[in-house]
Design a protein around this ligand. Structure first.
Ligand code: 6LW
Length: 501
């Protein structure tokens, strides 16, 4: 299933796919992103042209691989991974801030299966990176920035961690380190400035994996801070060399919309930038909504199917749930061609609500679903976290409600009664009114219902700023999906129809 939008552009992997880590094997590129409180964890993508990416699975797709305790809140769980290929194996190291710390997984095929986790208790902090020297020694570098010799097969560290070059003196949050052997130098690249508007990428080089490192005179080599560029928060990058010798960077960035401060609703997305070299230092090309000039012709990309009909093949890899996905709560077998959800506790206010969704990957979209609420209540929602979500919910007696959760407030935004029985629920974005001013939000979310007689009713239009990171905080982005609030609710199909990039 391609995540490739209809037209080749940046972000190359839209929607909340932050902290990208990339490696290449022959003609094939593979990329992993953070996934936080969602299960399965760590989405994995494949490309042959750096533009068209197809999700080939999720590395942590078994409960034994991913411990997200019931109390795990949004933006907990899995932080930044590093994906590398070495000695015939794919290596993934990632931090589970809610259960287990730094963990190493391996696979012969990045599409899976991936191994059980190997704990790395001696690796401190977050954002672990793996790099090997010519002798096969492995060096693990983490946010801060610190480094420790490491055996990724056993998870054992060799010696104590020690500080290494940590970016621009005084810059906030030196993190996302990646270590590379390029030519006769070792390069250490970091993110700094924090993952918001001050985000930046800096780099240093030295004679050995542990330095000493000389900072690039042009640092930061990439930042959009203080600019009016449409793409902001550029940082958390990784480098890869193409088979033709050219160099490329994948990085996270956001697309703020509306008035001040600019609201981003899709989370931090994966962008592509060209890299050239000058006097042994990388020079990062433009990071914008257009694709960089490529020395090859990207493929056409796969058309993205808009309908999920929940056939017996199970859910496509882009479907994500909160913390886990027990078969007794999320079932595509019980009624052929339907997704059956059984509620666990209360509404979407619960951090582990029974919710199955997909990342909103387009600034404008529509989603629709046919729901049978005969044995419970549930519906269609847009979720940022357990305290920021909007949903249209139907119950067995035909009552339909639009419910908005905004921080401490839970508001009944609309309600109506329809004949009991299966019906279609819908949500779509509506552009903010022009001309924009300082108060303009990013969009509105319009919720509706369609009864079996074909009558469609729009029930409520809700300001989208309250489902933005600037309001809610955190590291994720909007997820649109289906949930059970009580009893058992069944969904026949789900349409996600992009209406923009
Ligand atoms: C990640 C850190 C960061 O570990 O945010 O933007 C954290 N950078 O590198 C979660 O994405």
């Amino acid at each position: 299933m391609s995540n490739h939008p209809a037209t080749a552009a940046n972000p190359v992997i839209p929607g909340f796919h932050p902290d990208p880590s990339i490696c290449r094997v022959g003609e094939d590129y593979f990329l992993a992103c953070s996934s936080f409180e969602y299960f399965p964890g760590i989405p994995l993508f494949h490309s042959r042209d750096l533009v068209n990416w197809t999700q080939i699975g999720n590395a942590l797709d078994r409960p034994s691989q991913l411990n997200l305790p019931a109390g795990t809140l949004s933006s907990g769980g899995l932080y930044a991974p590093t994906l590398r290929h070495h000695d015939g194996l794919f290596w993934l190291i990632v931090t589970n801030v809610s259960g287990g710390g730094n963990l190493v997984y391996t696979a012969t095929d990045p599409a899976g299966p991936w191994s059980e986790p190997v704990p790395a208790p001696g690796v401190p902090g977050i954002d672990p990176d793996l790099a090997w020297d010519e002798e096969g020694n492995c060096w693990c570098t983490v946010a801060g920035v610190a480094q420790v010799r490491f055996d990724p097969r056993t998870g054992e560290t060799i010696g104590e961690p020690y500080p290494v070059w940590s970016g621009t003196p005084g810059a906030a949050a030196p993190e996302a380190p990646h270590l590379y052997r390029i030519g006769g130098n070792w390069y250490l690249m970091v993110a700094e400035g924090g993952t918001e508007r001050g985000h930046a990428v800096s780099i240093a080089r030295g004679p050995s994996p542990s330095g000493p490192f000389e900072p690039c005179p042009a640092n930061p080599v990439l930042t959009h801070r203080g600019t009016n560029r449409p793409v902001q928060n550029t940082g958390h990058a990784d480098l890869v060399q193409a088979p033709d010798g050219s160099w490329w960077m994948v990085l996270l960035a956001v697309r703020p919309q509306g008035g001040t401060p600019g609201w981003h609703v899709l989370g931090r997305e994966t962008f592509l930038a060209p890299v050239t070299w000058d006097d042994g230092w990388p020079v990062i090309g433009e990071v914008g909504p257009e694709l960089p000039e490529l020395p090859w012709a990207p493929g056409p990309g796969e058309p993205e199917p808009s309908r999920d009909d929940f056939g017996s093949g199970g859910l496509r890899p882009y479907w994500i749930s909160l913390h886990d996905r027990p078969a007794e709560l999320v079932d595509t077998q019980e009624r052929d061609g339907w997704l059956t959800l059984r509620a666990r506790g209360g509404s979407l206010d619960a951090p582990d609500a029974v919710f199955v969704g997909r990342r909103q990957q387009h600034l404008a979209f529509e989603a629709r679903t046919l729901v049978d609420p005969a044995e419970g209540s549930g519906g269609l929602a847009v979720r940022l976290d357990e305290r920021h979500h909007y949903g249209v919910e139907v119950s067995a007696d035909g009552q339909v409600q639009v419910i908005a959760r905004i921080g401490p407030l839970r508001v009944l935004a609309a309600e109506t009664t329809v004949p009991a029985g299966p019906l279609v629920l819908s949500v779509r974005t509506a552009a903010a009114p022009e001309p924009h001013d300082a108060r303009t939000g990013p969009d509105s979310l319009v919720f509706g219902v369609e009864t079996p007689d074909g009558a469609a009713t729009e029930l409520a239009s809700l300001d989208g700023r309250y489902l933005s990171t600037e309001v809610a905080g955190g590291f994720t982005g909007r997820v649109v999906g289906l949930y059970a609030a009580s009893g058992t609710v069944r969904f026949d199909w789900f349409d996600y129809i992009p209406a923009s990039r």
